[in-house]
Design a protein around this ligand. Structure first.
Ligand SMILES: [Zn+2]
Length: 90
């Protein structure tokens, strides 16, 4: 993934999420640990970095999720999310 200097929206991380999740993670509800804002992962501000992505809260700018893709694994750091709610398939 190419490093960019402007934020994309969290929908840009759909490809990384799809490597490990069978559901569309961009529609999951993330609660920011920094300010308690709740919104879809797709509404986070994504900064693409060489090995993955950093997704920041659009309200306070805190890092909510970090994704790193290696040849064998996708690493997810969700320490900036108080919770992530993934809707069940209906
Ligand atoms: Zn926040």
């Amino acid at each position: 993934m190419q490093t960019v200097n402007v934020p994309l929206d969290g929908n840009s991380a759909a490809g990384l999420f799809s490597e490990v999740f069978a559901v569309d993670m961009t529609s999951a509800q993330a609660t920011c640990a920094g300010c308690d804002a709740v919104g879809e992962v797709g509404t986070l501000r994504m900064w693409a970095v060489e090995m993955g992505a950093v997704l920041r809260c659009p309200s306070c700018g805190s890092v909510v999720l970090r994704l790193t893709s290696t040849p064998s694994s996708v690493w997810i750091d969700a320490s900036g999310a108080r919770s992530i709610a993934i809707q069940k398939k209906s």
